[in-house]
Design a binder for this molecule. Structure first.
Ligand code: SAH
Length: 330
């Protein structure tokens, strides 16, 4: 729902302020997926709003459900589709949100990269993925948000920032910064801008290799922003915010799982004790790379080298909703 448009329209009807507040509250509650269902409003107003505005800018195209996750293909007003995921961790739920239709970065291991970039998502389209999941799981809450769906969040900067304000706002989605994470493939200047925001939102870097030549092959964006640029930007970030940075690392057979990769990761980390490595299993994608067979040895070596790390479990593989598996062909 484009709040400003609805506000303006309600103003033009000279409706009392409390009506506007009521409608906005209803929208963010996730209880409704259309205006007509808002039974606390006069029927004529519900019908009028319904005829003028869709409540959500995304509509369900397909929904896949597994034990620990749900994945939706969502249709946008122009017929394009995105994917969005809700993960169930038992004690809390996390929505994995897309920021672009497709992605321009073409990382070799990622399905979304094969689509190319169609366009950026609008603020409403970003927010409405969350409302969609709130509505699907109502009255269960959506507790956390990760910007780890389709696209590169830092390449849709303005809309990302607007969306974050709405997510944070106590009168809107009211999800605290510490419950939000943003992952970037490594847009170094935007990491600096992000540091300057002084927020408590969590930051993750998709590192995947600390060897410049290998990273260039895996992630073409690495040629524009080198490991040296990223190291500088991240050191600036941790210095400025005193917050941890997650370094995401998928283990790929013979590409980044060699003993020398441990040394290079150690070198990248240097003396920065706020870096934490997340070892993520490589999820299968069509025509994709081969998962490492050396995970046990590699993590032992990380341990020996004194590098802080966690091995992450993969969620949603059975319905292709895991990291790197989001792609729409509709
Ligand atoms: N563009 C941002 C946001 C996407 S987050 C970024 O790159 O960080 C999605 C995460 O899934 C990234 O860390 C990405 O590197 C990872 N990923 C991509 N393909 C994967 C695959 N096949 N298996 C496991 N993780 C993958």
């Amino acid at each position: 729902m484009n709040i400003d448009n609805v506000r303006q329209y309600l103003k033009s009807l000279s409706l009392p302020d409390f009506r506007t507040r009521q409608i906005i509250k209803n929208y963010f509650s996730g209880r409704f997926d259309n205006f007509v269902a808002m039974s606390d409003l006069p029927l004529a107003l519900r019908n009028d709003l319904d005829a003028r505005f869709p409540l959500l800018s995304v509509t369900e195209s397909t929904l896949l459900v597994s034990e620990d996750s749900k994945k939706a293909a969502l249709r946008l007003h122009d017929g394009l589709h995105i994917e969005s995921v809700l993960m169930d961790y038992g004690e809390w739920t996390t929505a994995c949100i897309s920021t672009q239709v497709g992605c321009p970065l073409a990382c070799t291991f990622c399905a979304t990269g094969k689509m190319g970039l169609k366009r950026n998502l609008t603020v409403e389209e970003i927010i409405d993925q969350i409302i969609f999941w709130k509505n699907k799981s109502f009255p269960t809450r959506v507790d956390r948000i990760v910007f780890m769906g389709m696209g590169e969040p830092f390449l849709n900067w303005d809309n990302l920032l607007e969306a974050l304000k709405i997510i944070n706002n106590k009168d809107y989605l009211n999800i605290g910064s510490r419950k939000i994470s943003i992952s970037t493939a490594g847009i170094a200047p935007k990491i600096i801008d992000f540091a300057n925001l002084n927020t408590e939102i969590n930051l993750a870097l998709s590192l995947h290799s600390a060897d410049q030549k290998v990273r260039d092959l895996l992630m073409p964006i690495s040629k524009s922003f080198s490991l040296i640029d990223l190291k500088k930007a991240l050191d600036y970030y941790t210095h400025k915010t005193n917050r941890q940075v997650m370094l995401e690392y998928i283990l790929i057979d013979q590409q980044n799982d060699r003993p020398e990769d441990i040394k290079l990761i150690k070198q990248f980390i240097g003396s920065n004790f706020l870096f934490h490595v997340n070892i993520i299993p490589l999820n299968p994608v069509k025509g994709g790379l081969i998962p490492s067979t050396r995970q046990a040895e590699f993590t032992q070596d990380l341990d020996k080298a004194g590098i802080p790390f966690t091995v992450r479990r993969s969620i949603g593989r059975s319905i292709n909703s895991a990291c790197g598996q989001l792609i729409t062909q509709i």
